[in-house]
Design a protein around this ligand. Structure first.
Ligand SMILES: Nc1ncnc2c1ncn2[C@@H]1O[C@H](COP(=O)(O)OP(=O)(O)O)[C@@H](O)[C@H]1O
Ligand SMILES: [Mg+2]
Length: 270
């Protein structure tokens, strides 16, 4: 065995690129709906403060996999899972996990904006109130901060009592993101969050991702490959329940290693 001189070891540490911390880890994940297997042996790691995009044709298991990270699939009777999912090194399917706590850490934004039929203020304050927080100043501050974070504050600050339903689709989706941010999760899951929106609203939400990843980790399902290319650091390509390829977004889009990925990103099927 050769021992390194301390100076060599030091130089090596300094040169080593800083590896970000892994915040989500899937190990040998199989998912079933009854007898149907929707995901086959998926292994994937997501780094903290990054945007990861899931792409692939409709029905390949993107939403199913995303919903595994906050146990949203638990609501589906036929659902079952094998393997492990770890968030912050904790196994989330372990029987003693408090699912409500998990969902505080792992927020979710859906395809169709789904504000509650309540005021703008109450929508954003909702998560804090159900946590039993009563401090009005605290709630107000958090609501304002969340609305500022999604660049909606200037548009709504004079009408906080107005019904959220009266907002445009793009504003509603930013409001739903603000509602998710208000409880300060670590991870935000987004399932095709812009597919019901016009290009301008879509652009606003895409810009937002760059800001949000400073403080959060984002995993987004998108059927829009240009969007994946614009906003994500890493891309995972799924096909019929398999994770075909996962890597740096630039690499996936310029030099995919698998023919199926190549065919999909060049639009040969989809
Ligand atoms: N609740 C469910 N019950 C039974 N099968 C489902 C359910 N949700 C999804 N599936 C099936 O699982 C597969 C993956 O679906 P999904 O995760 O929604 O794909 P994607 O998001 O990539 O379009 C599909 O074959 C779909 O029909
Ligand atoms: Mg889906």
């Amino acid at each position: 065995m050769t021992t390194k001189k301390p100076i060599d070891a030091l130089v090596e540490t300094l040169q080593e690129p800083k590896k970000k911390k892994t915040i989500i880890e899937a190990r040998n994940v199989d998912v079933f709906y009854g007898a149907f297997q929707a995901l086959n042996n998926i292994n994937l790691e997501v780094e903290e403060n990054s945007v990861t995009a899931f792409i692939g044709p409709s029905g390949c298991g993107k939403s199913t996999f995303l919903r595994c990270f906050n146990r949203m699939n638990d609501y589906i009777d036929e659902f079952s899972i094998k393997g492990e999912i770890l968030i912050d090194n904790k196994k989330i399917y372990w029987k003693n996990v408090a699912v409500e706590e998990l969902r505080k850490e792992v927020g979710m934004v859906f395809q169709k904006p789904n504000p509650f039929p309540k005021s703008i203020f109450d929508n954003v304050a909702y998560g804090l109130k159900i946590q039993g927080i009563k401090d009005k100043t605290f709630i107000e501050e958090r609501v304002v901060k969340s609305l500022k974070d999604v660049a909606l504050w200037d548009e709504v600050k004079d009408e906080m009592k107005k019904s959220a339903i009266a907002l445009s689709g793009g504003q509603q989706q930013r409001l739903c993101i603000a509602r998710t941010l208000a409880v300060e999760p670590k991870i935000i899951l987004m399932d095709e969050p812009t597919s019901a929106l016009d290009p301008i609203s879509t652009g606003k939400i895409e810009e937002l991702m760059f800001e949000l990843k400073q403080d959060y980790t984002i995993v987004i399902v998108t059927h829009n490959m240009q969007q994946a290319g614009r906003i994500s650091d890493k891309t995972a390509f799924f096909y019929m329940g398999d994770l075909i390829e996962f890597g740096e977004t630039k690499q996936i889009f310029t030099t995919p290693q698998k023919e199926r990925t190549q065919n999909y990103i060049t639009g040969r099927f989809g």
